[in-house]
Ligand binder design. Structure first.
Ligand SMILES: Nc1ncnc2c1ncn2[C@@H]1O[C@H](COP(=O)(O)OP(=O)(O)OP(=O)(O)O)[C@@H](O)[C@H]1O
Length: 373
């Protein structure tokens, strides 16, 4: 496997045009109550972690969900896999509304939707052998594969690039990258149709990241499994996802096919995020020195998000209108089908890859002149 970040090009697929809808999410909302008061604790507010998002994932496609820490990506992943109960909206899987499905109703679907977690150290039971970990989902679902579970475990270990003879070993005997491969094998055990991968490589060493992304990409291609790939790193998502949605403070602010998002981003926040992509990708394509434009300010609290456009407090283009009117997520003139943007003052569409960069301050300091909050 390659050690660098050069990954095979994913299959081309336009934004939302082809393939059967596997997963449809509509107006999905998750508000976590905030408790306070003494002596009687009452609900005094809500963390608006996810606030009315729509997305569709087609069979076999990889859908990337990106945004800064705290914007609601993990919560969205957990809502899709029904590890969390939504506050509002609907989750439809293969035409079946599973928004409030109970355990029994979810049972047949559980095997089809799997999750890969960020931390390969805490997501594997240290007291179980690899064989036990991978065969766990088969046992829980009472599945007896042809040739037996052990044979299937060996097969899965081989698929993910591990030695099939190591099924009796324990997680601590493996490196981080190998552990994540075990996590992938476990997710594959039940032949899923959809895998939600929540930052599957961000805890890994950079040289290992590409290997695991390659593996996931092979899995997606060879086995035709759809992915919701959650990451803050646009470089990873770019190679892995045919479509990409950008989240900010609980909302999707831009979505479209990969080429539209990376070559013709319209939302200022997408521009800013793109500038944080390692230069290894952009520099060679742009062939021009990167101009630094710094985003000021911290991400506002999701307990009291800004009125109107949530990005306005950090946006260099914001006007009064942005504070009073929430921009709808719509297709702007000149954009491809399926490319939607929520901005009153979008960037000009460019037909070429950006010639300048915008640098997102990953550790923003408190702004001297805070916008409006
Ligand atoms: N169980 C919970 N109770 C209260 N607030 C929560 C809970 N889970 C998440 N949040 C809050 O919801 C918001 C979104 O969190 P989420 O983990 O979904 O974001 P994220 O984009 O995945 O960020 P990260 O990459 O840091 O995990 C954050 O403000 C977070 O503090």
């Amino acid at each position: 496997m390659n050690e660098d970040l050069v990954l095979p090009a994913p299959r081309a697929r336009s934004a939302g045009a082809d393939g059967d809808p596997l997963l449809e999410v509509s107006a999905l909302t998750k508000h976590f109550p905030v408790k306070g008061g003494f002596p009687i604790r009452r609900t005094i507010g809500a963390v608006q972690a996810v606030d009315g998002i729509d997305l569709t994932v087609h069979a076999g496609e990889s859908f990337g969900l990106v945004g800064e820490s705290g914007c609601g990506k993990s919560t969205t992943g957990r809502l899709i896999t029904r590890l969390l109960e939504p506050t509002g909206g609907t989750v439809t899987y293969r035409g079946q509304d599973i928004t409030h499905a109970n355990r029994k109703e979810l049972a047949p679907i559980r095997s089809e939707i799997q999750m890969i977690f960020q931390d390969p150290y805490s997501s594997l039971n240290p007291r179980q052998t690899v064989g036990k970990i991978i065969s766990g989902p088969m046992e829980v679902n009472g599945i007896q594969p042809e040739g037996g579970r052990e044979r299937r475990v060996r097969e899965l270990l081989e698929i993910v690039g591990l030695n099939p003879e190591h099924f009796n070993r324990f997680p601590h005997e493996f490196s981080g990258g190998q552990r994540q491969r075990i996590g992938v094998a476990r997710a594959l055990a039940l032949n899923p149709k959809l895998i939600v991968a929540d930052e599957p490589v961000s805890a890994l060493d950079v040289s290992i990241q590409a290997q695991v992304v390659n593996l996931l990409q092979e899995v997606q291609k060879e086995l035709g499994i759809a992915f919701v790939f959650i990451a803050h790193d646009l470089a990873v998502v770019r190679h892995f996802s045919q479509r990409v949605a950008v989240m900010y403070l609980g909302k999707i602010i831009e979505v479209g096919d990969r080429d539209s998002i990376y070559a013709r981003p319209r939302h200022p926040y997408t521009h800013a995020l793109l500038s944080a992509v390692p230069e290894v990708n952009l520099a060679e394509e742009a062939g021009a020195p990167r101009e630094r434009i710094r985003l000021e300010g911290d991400v506002p609290s999701p307990i009291s998000p800004p009125s109107g456009c949530r990005f306005r407090t950090r946006c260099w283009k914001a006007t009064e209108k942005c504070g009073t009117e929430e921009p709808p997520l719509i297709r702007l003139s000149g954009d491809h089908h399926g490319h939607l943007t929520a901005c009153h003052f979008p960037e000009e569409p460019t037909t070429e890859v950006r010639q300048e960069g915008v640098v997102l301050d990953r550790n923003p300091v408190a702004p001297e002149k805070d916008a409006t909050e």
